[in-house]
Design a protein around this ligand. Sequence first.
Ligand SMILES: [Zn+2]
Length: 211
Amino acid sequence: MPYPANQIPFDPRDFASYKSLQRVAAFGKGADATTRQAAIDYVVTAHAFSNDQTTSSLLYEASLDQPGRNIAGDIRIGPPAFEQDQAWLAGVVFHELVHSPQYAYYSARGVTGINPNRSETERRMIALDEYEAYWWTLKRSSALTLSQVQQSDIRRRANSALIDLDEAKAQGLAQSQRFDAARDELIRQYKASLGGPRAAISRRRASACCA
Ligand SMILES: [Zn+2]
């Protein structure tokens, strides 16, 4: 699934307008939730991110101690997403939006209770999802205007997620960007290990999602 991100065109009329100053204010320490929510909504619209029905909500959460989190299509963006600049925030929001169709993909195949602490296969599903989200963020890094330092940070996280995906077949598929095929392989292994249907438990992304 392609995840678009358009470059935001420079509009000289926007320079120092009330709205653009409000967006700058969102990155100040202690900026209020309304201002930060407006900055989140702005990056989604201005970059034309794919924000389909697989995302139920996309909200700022002042008490969240990580940049972003996506639980079953409910995205929360925390204060750490505002610690750098608008490009970094856009990268965090973009990353979390990639997780929503992933969740829908598993869910449509009867996998709704992924818990990375329960089995190696479930841990690898999370690693695959993280790798895909970072890979797409790097792919869109020029439209997102991520700095070299920010790109290096994301590349390091992508590499570490790929190492965590330590099952040869799924890892090979992920490396050639066949993410759904890699997911199918892990789902097959997951179902084989269960040996039958079992009750779903609530899905939690225990690993912190950054960028
Ligand atoms: Zn993530």
